[in-house]
Ligand binder design. Structure first.
Ligand code: SF4
Ligand code: SF4
Length: 244
């Protein structure tokens, strides 16, 4: 996103709308009585919030043409944009919320996701790569329909295409399947990652509730010292149940 400095009147209305603090109000050097706003392009994640907020009366905020690899920022940060490979708006696939319909995670395996970055922080994709490569060493299989998977040069190793590493997004989700016997090792890796990446991340774990006898996921997670926020979802019957 950019600001046309000829149109900007320095009202500052747009500044607080930016979830990563990329808009700065500064003194106009030509006219010390005036202020102007500028977008730090390296920090801007192209989420479009400042533009959609419609707070700029002189319409100084505009969307420049986005080319590869910068277009990735928008794909992962603007919920109004559909990622063409998955057909899903936003950062991830839909299965973490709709597994009873998609049936992607079968009984005997669990679904996991690592949500890298958050509003207010954002994430460089190179941090996501550090996590993905460490997970790949534990033998996890990345979800093929997730937008992040399309960015891998080597999906088995979790290695990104070199040109995307420096791109910054609001957040991106690594999704994969784990077998019950893998969970502890995966969580150990993720604990280590907390000190290795320059952003925040949260971990999702999806299990079948009646599956406890096959492996007590909740118990393992708690024993490893993670704080658990259980979440449930009620399907209102709008989807086809594939996970028989
Ligand atoms: S597009 Fe998003 S990240 Fe970029 S300046 Fe506007 S609000 Fe901030
Ligand atoms: S809202 Fe528009 S005019 Fe006001 S500071 Fe932002 S870009 Fe400039």
């Amino acid at each position: 996103m950019r600001i046309d400095s000829d149109k900007c009147v320095g009202c500052g209305q747009c500044v607080n709308y930016c979830p990563v603090g990329a808009i700065q109000l500064f003194q106009d050097e030509q006219n010390l009585k005036k202020k102007r706003s500028k977008i730090d392009e390296d920090n801007c994640v192209e989420c479009g919030v400042c533009f959609r907020a419609k707070v700029c009366k002189p319409e100084a905020i505009y969307q420049q043409e986005l080319k590869w690899p910068r277009i990735i920022r928008k794909s992962f940060s603007d919920p109004m944009v559909e990622f063409k490979e998955t057909g899903v708006p936003g950062r991830g696939t839909e299965e973490m919320k709709t597994n009873e319909v998609t049936g992607r995670f079968k009984r005997g395996s669990w679904g996991m996701a690592v949500e890298v970055g958050r509003p207010g922080v954002g994430a460089r994709l190179k941090d996501l790569e550090i996590i993905a490569m460490s997970l790949a060493e534990k033998g996890v299989a990345f979800e093929p329909r997730n937008p992040v998977t399309f960015l891998f040069e080597d999906v088995k190793r979790g290695k990104l295409k070199s040109e995307v590493r420096d791109e910054k997004v609001l957040s991106a989700i690594i999704e994969f399947e784990v077998k019950p016997e893998q969970l502890k090792h995966v969580l150990e890796v993720l604990k280590e990652m907390g000190g290795k990446v320059e952003t925040v991340f949260s971990i999702d774990l999806i299990t079948h509730p009646e599956e406890e006898e096959k492996g007590p996921a909740l118990q393992i997670v708690k024993e490893m010292g993670f704080t658990v926020y259980p979440n449930g979802k009620v399907n209102l019957g709008l989807g086809r149940v594939l996970n028989q």
